[in-house]
Design a protein around this ligand. Structure first.
Ligand code: MF3
Ligand code: CO
Ligand code: CO
Length: 270
């Protein structure tokens, strides 16, 4: 499958939908509190997105029943919001937002700490996960190879920190479809894979586990959790390949950005 190159016009549409998706994370952050259910978060995000003339892409996507994914503690990804799942102090939750605006998809996720403080193992997991995403982002540029992204993520998260790097879910091309070519593995090999070209848009979204990289899917057909039930973290951005390197389309106020990139990490959200 060829990888689409977006026109200037399409890139503007991608910027708009990604800006909206990022703004949902900005909006929801103060609501992530002890006593709040993941369905409460779903409802708030759903209304926010619909009020802005967009559609919450997960809703009914291949039968997914809710508008966002909420993945708590040992849940790796695709957690289904649930009124019975009430957040507790110290829980860690990934909130994954995808919007469809004017026909274009924007996809991002990040970790939130319920009550602002968690245990030191979970905090380190989150820090390493975000750093590994940004190491991957730095590998994006014209003529660079897709395998290099996963190679640096794996080197840092697994070889350096001993974490499990999930192989069964990948980053993906994105545009007029939610998931399209290419697949972006987080366990890539250096010097392999397609060459990136300006105008490509794809996500990078490493899932990093304290223990085993192996996952199990619940009978709901969606919820992926770690086989050993140790905790997992994920962070995701949608990236545009530019002539100069990369543009992160889903930056937001309050989101993580490595210190040496701060000048260029201007939030796209209003
Ligand atoms: N947003 C997820 C991703 O990063 C996909 C969620 S699929 C859903 O690719 F159906 F669970 F919404
Ligand atoms: Co994605
Ligand atoms: Co996502």
């Amino acid at each position: 499958m060829a990888v689409e190159i977006k026109s200037k016009h399409e890139i503007e549409k991608m910027r708009a939908t990604c800006r909206l998706a990022a703004s949902v994370l900005e909006f929801i952050e103060p609501h992530v509190q002890p006593g709040v259910s993941t369905e409460d978060l779903n409802r708030l995000c759903h209304d926010y997105i619909v009020e802005r003339n967009a559609y919450p892409s997960p809703l009914n996507y291949k039968g997914f029943p809710k508008s966002i994914c909420t993945s708590v503690n040992e849940v790796v990804c695709h957690g289904i919001p649930d009124p019975k799942k009430v957040l507790k102090q110290g829980d860690i939750i990934n909130i994954d937002i995808t919007t469809t605006l004017d026909g274009y998809f924007g996809d991002c996720s990040d970790m939130f700490i319920v009550g602002g403080k968690t245990n030191k193992h979970a905090q380190k997991l989150i820090d390493v996960t975000r750093e590994s995403l940004w190491l991957g982002i730095r590998e994006v540029g014209p003529n660079k190879r897709l395998g290099d992204i996963g190679a640096v993520i794996y080197e840092f998260a697994h070889n350096r920190h001993g974490y499990g790097v999930v192989e069964m879910f990948c980053g993906h091309g994105i545009g007029r479809e939610f998931h399209m070519a290419p697949q972006v593995s987080h366990v890539g090999r250096k010097g392999t894979g397609r060459r990136m070209k300006p105008g490509m848009t794809f996500t990078i979204e490493p899932m990093i586990n304290i223990g085993t990289e192996h996952c199990e899917i619940l009978d709901d057909g969606w919820t992926a959790l770690t086989r050993d039930r140790k905790w997992s973290a994920q962070a995701e951005h949608t990236i545009l390949v530019t002539e100069a390197g990369f543009e992160v389309l889903t930056l937001r106020r309050g989101g993580y950005c490595p210190p040496d990139l701060r000048d260029t990490c201007l939030p796209v959200t209003a």
